[in-house]
Design a protein around this ligand. Structure first.
Ligand code: ZN
Length: 288
């Protein structure tokens, strides 16, 4: 299992020194420090992944290990599209009393919403209904335009955990009926902790997914419940827009969101959410 990470050395926030590498039980290997002259970023590593993979073992043997004083960033840099799917878990649709959709419900978040594990997520002053949504996130690796479902996987680089933070009072019932603003407040799309290339995930439609709020499990399901699989989503979306490397697709959330609780459980300053997906790790963020 290879886990790719982006990180910043601490104490350099005013002079950002962002690098990338591989996270293992032994720590983080700084690959930016040893092959950074040809692969300057995680995006370039993704682009040249087929070559990099073949030499990774020898590169890792030489790569300097970081001490623990690094701050993990979103494994996917800002700049790509952030596409989201609504109502994509069978158990969630049944719980909500909604019909199972026969086409994906697609929406997006504005640029600038990505943040990394442990990044604080501000609760906006103008919202009192900030909600959590644990999601499996697809990271596109190759340009995809009108690709067939059976070919779709080769356009996918890998997977990470995502949190589709949602201000329900801006998502639902506002004039205009759009979801965009309620999904686009700063840091409303935490990603991480690591990007796992697709060849290390045997079956993306058989992963446990859960969300804990202050240690209490509020969402727990399996991606077996996905109505539209990763390959169906990539194929479907690519019929309408070109997907580029670094674009991300949030694949929808299982049952148990705060708005579905009676009474609803919306997030408050100080709350800590952990999104955990089998094999991908734990994405932890504090709301402030
Ligand atoms: Zn969502």
């Amino acid at each position: 299992m290879i886990r790719l990470v982006r990180f910043q050395y601490s104490g350099t926030e005013d002079k950002p020194q962002v690098s990338w590498g591989v996270q293992s039980a032994a720590g983080i290997h700084d690959l930016g420090a040893c092959v950074g002259d040809r692969l300057r970023s995680i995006s370039e590593a993704m682009f040249h992944w087929d070559t990099l993979r073949g030499e990774l073992e020898s590169i890792l043997a030489d790569a300097p290990k970081c001490d623990s004083a690094v701050r993990l960033l979103s494994p996917v840099p800002e700049g790509g599209k952030v596409i989201c799917i609504g109502l994509n878990y069978r158990d969630h649709a049944i719980e909500s009393g909604m019909d199972i959709p026969n086409e994906p419900v697609v929406f997006n978040k504005l640029p600038g919403v990505l943040c990394g594990p442990e990044a604080p997520v501000p609760i906006p002053k103008c919202s009192s209904q900030v909600d959590y949504e644990a999601e499996l996130v697809l990271v596109i690796g190759r340009e995809a335009w009108q690709v067939a479902e059976e070919d779709a996987e080769q356009y996918l680089f890998g997977y990470t955990c995502g949190h589709d933070v949602s201000a329900r009072d801006w998502q639902l019932g506002r004039p205009g009926g759009q979801w965009l603003l309620g999904k686009s407040f700063p840091n409303f799309a935490p990603l991480g902790p690591a990007l796992v290339p697709r060849e290390f995930v045997e079956d993306p439609c058989d992963l446990q997914i859960s969300l804990r709020l202050n240690g209490e499990t509020l969402q727990h399901s399996s991606t077996k419940q996905l109505i539209f699989s990763p390959r169906e989503l990539i194929s479907y979306i690519s019929q309408c827009c070109v997907l580029h490397p670094g674009d991300v697709i949030f694949t929808g959330t299982p049952p148990g969101v705060g708005m579905a609780h009676k009474p609803p459980r919306f997030l408050q300053p100080g709350d800590v959410c952990e999104v955990e997906i089998q094999g991908l790790g734990v994405l932890r963020n504090r709301f402030v």
